[in-house]
Design a binder for this molecule. Structure first.
Ligand SMILES: [Zn+2]
Length: 589
């Protein structure tokens, strides 16, 4: 059984006041230079960082080199800490690369032809990922491996060959934005590079930072120049419950070049203990769909379904994301046209000017669109994770069972901009984000999260456990369709039918229930497949279906990230995000 940690470090960025920004950015620039010089000096000894000789990264770096530039000893330790963290992360990634290297083959690349640019063969990548299936990981890892494979493929597309070594495709990772962890210093009261104190009643943070002046001189009186920053309520709450760790100073650069610095306040908070397997009684199972992002169902250990399924329908959200993608495509085409127009004339020709002036604006607009697109995906991941936790808590589920991300079953079947949004890559991104967010929120709330084998879960009847076919819709039941949205059981004494995603969510919950039963009798956690005899069919128990949710407030401001409804109620019910947040605060706060 997994060991349960009882602390979790949470980070809250606080933007520093405008009047100190110039000083702080100068400090970050100066640190960045030293960090980059250090990483470059140690890059050919990357493998040494696969072994951690010390918990503190700076100690490992200090043993290996002397500071390339000296701005005080504690300042160097903080810089060495960041350099060490970068190298440790890269060493870990290099070890993963060793896993995928044997899988790389030319079959992953679709060669470019006259009218088609070279691309990546998604099916081949997916196949390679499936072969990497590791029973001990939950799929979060698969997303990282996928990014490595894509990086290797990009290397092939650029250079015409796969990389031989990790360093072959990964340039020295120099920092483009500044970051300075104060973990190498002596703490908030004794620090020689920073001082910090919190006043939780007044909700303020007082800070002093040692930084160089315009002439590059590091002043001695830095402790006298204190900075006041207001603390948001959530930080006050966390700080009261947890222990503050060394903060990190970080630079943010917006696409128009605006720079500013934030201080990441990091707080170690106690985490609720997970329910013991012996006490578990109900499971929430969820499935990823194409039309609906998430479908969730609850079952108990005795083979009963509790309540109706719950859907997170992303319909309107999909449309908005599709429009954004279309806008991005149009901007890209416009940029290509302008570049062509500009290149018709030699450098220095005044006729290049109109294009040269228009291009930066368009590029800025594209960057803005991408930011918005990603922010929306992130919001959706948070919202869906919150809804799943709220449901789990409402039904008293101590375990959430989810389909392993490794299946990626809804491989790109869409066309056009809307289809592109629904394609494999985007789905993977949202799912990867949702899984990561859900994992940490479950951890904070003391709910256990376990992945399940997705195989056949969309083609098995949850009521009787027999294999079942899917159809395009309830009205089209003459010919079956493997990708159909409607599942019908053909067993004579059963005949259950319902949405395919609903069936899959029930089946995944059944897998979770089998996992708990097995763990309760043997003390071991296994992930059975849906055809295993230990997986019980479920019957519907409507009487326990009441959702113990309080009545909802005004419907004025609906959640931005799509409609959420529960079809157990007559009318679809829209949850407001503030309401979900309020529950979350009670859950985790
Ligand atoms: Zn059946």
């Amino acid at each position: 059984m997994r060991t349960v940690r009882d602390q979790q470090a949470l980070s809250y960025p606080l933007r520093l006041p405008d009047h100190v920004q110039a000083d702080v950015l100068r400090l970050l620039d100066s640190s960045r230079e030293v960090i980059n010089l250090t990483v470059m000096a140690l890059w050919d000894r990357l493998d040494l960082f696969a072994t951690r000789t010390n918990t503190h990264a700076y100690k490992q770096v200090e043993e290996m080199i002397t500071p390339p530039v000296v701005h005080g000893h504690r300042q160097w330790r903080c810089e060495a800490e960041q350099a060490g963290r970068i190298l440790r992360g890269q060493a870990e990634r290099k070890q993963q690369f060793a896993l995928i290297l044997p899988l790389l083959s030319q079959g992953m690349i679709i060669p470019s032809s006259e009218n088609k640019r070279g691309g990546k063969n998604r099916a081949q990548i997916k196949q390679a990922l499936t072969s990497l299936r590791d029973a001990q990981t939950d799929g979060g890892n698969a997303v990282e491996l996928q990014s490595l494979i894509e990086q290797a493929c990009n290397c092939y597309l650029t250079h015409g060959r796969f990389p031989d070594t990790y360093e072959d495709m990964q340039p020295v990772p120099v920092l483009k934005t500044g970051i300075l962890p104060y973990a190498g210093d002596d703490g908030p009261q004794m620090g020689q590079t920073y001082r910090l104190s919190l006043d939780l009643d007044a909700k303020t943070l007082t800070l002093a930072l040692r930084a160089p002046d315009e002439t590059g001189k590091w002043a001695r009186n830095w402790r006298d120049k204190t900075i006041q920053v207001a603390l948001p309520e959530v930080v006050v709450v966390r700080a009261k419950a947890g222990k503050m760790l060394a903060p990190t100073l970080r630079e943010i650069i917006e696409s128009d070049g605006t720079r500013y610095a934030v201080l990441d306040v990091i707080i170690d908070v106690p985490v609720k203990e997970q329910a013991a397997v012996e006490e578990m009684q109900t499971v929430l199972g969820f499935d990823w769909g194409i039309r609906v992002l998430v479908t969730a169902s609850v079952v108990d250990l005795d083979g009963h379904q509790i309540g109706r399924p719950f859907f997170v329908d992303t319909g309107p959200f999909d449309g908005r994301q599709a429009r954004l993608r279309r806008q991005i495509d149009q901007l890209k085409a416009k940029i290509a046209r302008l570049e062509k127009q500009r290149d018709r004339f030699p450098v220095g020709d005044p006729r290049r000017k109109p294009s040269e002036e228009a291009l930066p604006l368009l590029r800025k607009e594209i960057a803005r669109c991408w930011r918005k697109y990603e922010a929306r995906n992130n919001d959706l991941a948070h919202l869906s994770a919150n809804v799943l936790l709220v449901l789990a808590t409402t039904f008293g589920c101590e375990l959430i069972a989810g389909e392993s991300l490794k299946s990626m079953k809804s491989a790109g079947r869409g066309r056009g901009a809307k289809g592109r949004w629904r394609n494999w890559r985007n789905n993977t991104q949202v799912r990867g984000a949702l899984w990561r967010v859900l994992r940490y929120k479950c951890f904070l709330a003391g709910v256990r999260l376990e992945w399940q084998q997705p195989r056949h879960t969309s083609h098995t009847c949850p009521r009787c456990g027999n294999p079942a076919k899917t159809y395009t819709s309830p009205e089209h039941r003459t010919t079956s369709n493997d990708w159909g949205a409607w599942l019908c059981c053909s067993a004579a004494d059963c005949g259950w039918n319902g949405s395919r995603d609903y069936a899959a969510s029930l089946n995944i919950a059944r897998l979770g229930a089998a996992l708990i039963r097995h763990a309760q009798t043997t003390g071991r956690v296994i992930h059975p497949s849906i055809i295993h005899p230990s997986v019980q069919p479920v019957s519907y128990m409507g009487t326990r279906a009441a959702l113990r949710l309080p009545p909802l407030a005004s419907r004025g401001h609906l959640i931005a990230s799509g409609r959420i409804y529960c079809n157990g109620w007559r009318l679809s019910v829209k949850l407001r995000s503030s309401y979900v947040t309020a529950i979350m605060l009670r859950l985790c706060g």
